[in-house]
Design a protein around this ligand. Structure first.
Ligand code: NAI
Ligand code: MG
Length: 506
């Protein structure tokens, strides 16, 4: 195939955007309030998946860099950050987020280039990320301890204290939002942090740290770049890290939890999902199809809460499928830098190969591919890691495409004949992060919400999360809840103070 107009334009757009985004910025690690390279002297490239070209290179840090970052974080915890009052910390965080807001256009461009995210989504997500951080700066001010009535000669009360240094490890699918879900509560609660962004998407976190200069005291926020085994693992094993929060694949979560076990270090784990979207026969099918499409194709399917299994009542299957296919066809697959694009490439060659394997597997397992599945019909031969919105019909729940997290724009459609079967299929997976229900019947909505074992159940909608709605998994989808007031507790421990009061001897 010869090179074509589409990919030429794509390439030119990206070359221009890359030079704009990387001019005058050193994308380094951030340790003790200073932009720093690794002592190893090594760097690695981060590429834009849209045209598979390097954007820039960041330091390839190792365990020594992790040690330096943890030392800086510990000193800040014992020093300036640790001695600030809750109000002072809250003010500092809000000052920082106002600077980040002023730079949100730049952050969105970096996020879009690094992850291949449609720019409109990237802008929305940057705003959302900052909302979360600000939320914690506010709610922490309303936090109070308790007084416990023990006896007349005792004053017993509790206070909530931070752990110390928190190690935060995030993936590449929502680099800024997922970092914000951890940075917000960890810092507001009074911890200092070492953040390890994903190796695929190191750029937005770099700027977020640089833009904290002269606002957050040196060492409060540190960012260390690198790979899971070279930076992530040493961080989870570090004896001076007293809280770990991880988002990523469930198998990695298991490794992280084992490493944390050695130090009896508490963990928050936000892991994978295989969320069912159950469409009952009374549902508004056109609306349900649009929710199903948004649920599995947003962010090119690279969402832990994606509605990757669509469960349809057999009576409305055919009608639903017409709407669903039309929704998939209406996705605007293309240049993420264009405002109207709704579906970009996958994040990396590795993810592209993985999703392609699942598409082949689905066919081998006997599911019917009704659309998508490849890039042949697209002129993307010379562009990046695109896969068309894909729908498999006639999927059964024992197939691997119904059980495993594909993390791409691939929908698996299953049919059910009655309520009990729907719930059985919905629950018959190792994961339990989220689920959706489409119905106009209040009783079905409530009953299904009760019966589905998942951390979030969305009724007649997908993905609505705001600061305040707890988010986290049942089963293999994780431990703990993010996004909400209760999350602060995951970054705090309770101290009981019990004071003996003697009788006055006057
Ligand atoms: P991953 O779970 O390996 O990586 C997530 C983060 O953990 C990255 O920052 C990585 O460097 C770090 N990491 C890796 N190994 C580590 C270790 N031993 N100790 C500490 N940190 C470590 O996910 P990866 O390899 O990027 O993607 C693999 C698959 O995982 C994807 O294809 C997707 O199916 C799934 N995934 C799920 C996510 C979710 O939110 N549910 C997010 C990202 C990936
Ligand atoms: Mg990995």
């Amino acid at each position: 195939m010869t090179n074509n107009g589409f990919s030429d334009t794509l390439r030119r757009n990206h070359e221009r955007a890359i030079s704009e985004a990387t001019a005058d910025v050193q994308f380094n690690a951030w340790i003790d309030g200073v932009s720093t390279t690794s002592d190893t002297g090594r760097r690695f490239e981060t590429r834009t998946p849209t045209v598979d070209e390097p954007i820039t290179a960041v330091p390839r840090c190792d365990a020594d860099d992790v040690n330096a970052a943890v030392d800086a974080a510990e000193a800040a915890f014992d020093g300036v950050w640790g001695s600030m009052s809750e109000d002072e910390r809250s003010d500092a965080i809000l000052e920082w987020t106002s600077v980040l807001r002023a730079n949100s256009k730049e952050l969105a461009l970096l996020e879009s280039l690094d992850a291949g995210k449609p720019i409109a989504n990237a802008k929305y997500e940057v705003g959302k990320a900052l909302d979360y951080i600000e939320y914690y700066a506010h709610v922490v001010r309303g936090e109070q301890g308790n007084q416990i009535p023990v006896a007349d000669d005792v004053h017993a009360f509790t206070k909530r204290e931070p752990y110390g240094v928190a190690g935060l490890i995030v993936p590449w699918n929502y680099p800024l939002i997922l970092a914000a879900w951890k940075l917000g509560p960890a810092l507001a609660a009074g911890n200092t942090v070492v953040l390890k962004p994903a190796e695929q998407t190191p750029l937005s976190a770099t700027r977020v740290a640089q833009l904290s200069e002269d606002i957050l005291p040196a060492g409060a926020l540190n960012v260390v770049h690198g790979f899971g085994d070279e930076v992530g693992a040493p961080l989870t094993r570090h004896e001076d890290v007293s809280k770990i929060s991880f988002t990523g694949e469930d198998m990695t979560g298991e490794t992280v939890m084992k490493a944390a076990a050695e130090g009896i270090t508490p963990v928050t784990l936000e892991l994978g999902g295989k969320s069912p979207f159950v469409v009952f026969p009374d549902a508004d099918l056109e609306k349900a199809a649009s929710i199903a499409a948004e649920g599995v194709f947003y962010n090119t399917g690279q969402s832990c809460e994606a509605f990757s299994r669509t469960l349809i009542h057999e009576d409305v299957h055919d009608e639903f499928m017409e709407f669903f296919e039309a929704e998939a066809a209406a996705r605007i697959v293309g240049d993420p830098l264009r405002e109207e694009t709704t579906t970009g490439p996958l994040v990396s060659k590795q993810q592209f190969e993985k999703v392609k394997e699942y598409v082949k597997l689905g066919r081998r397992e006997g599911a019917t591919m009704v659309r998508g599945g490849c890039t042949d019909s697209l002129d993307y031969e010379h562009a990046g890691w695109y896969i068309e919105p894909t729908i498999f019909d006639n999927v059964t729940n024992d197939m691997r495409i119904a059980q495993e997290e594909i993390f791409g724009p691939v929908a698996s459609v299953l049919t059910f004949s009655d309520y009990d079967e729907a719930i059985t299929i919905a629950n018959d997976v190792d994961f339990g992060l989220a689920a959706g229900v489409a119905t106009t019947n209040l009783s079905i909505a409530h009953r299904a919400a009760d019966d589905i074992r998942a951390g979030t159940v969305w009724v007649n909608q997908y993905g609505r999360l705001v600061p305040g709605t707890p988010f986290g998994g049942y089963k293999r989808s994780g431990i703990g809840r993010e996004c909400a007031k209760e999350t602060l507790k995951e970054y705090q421990q309770t101290k009981t103070i019990n004071i003996q009061i003697d009788d006055p001897k006057l």
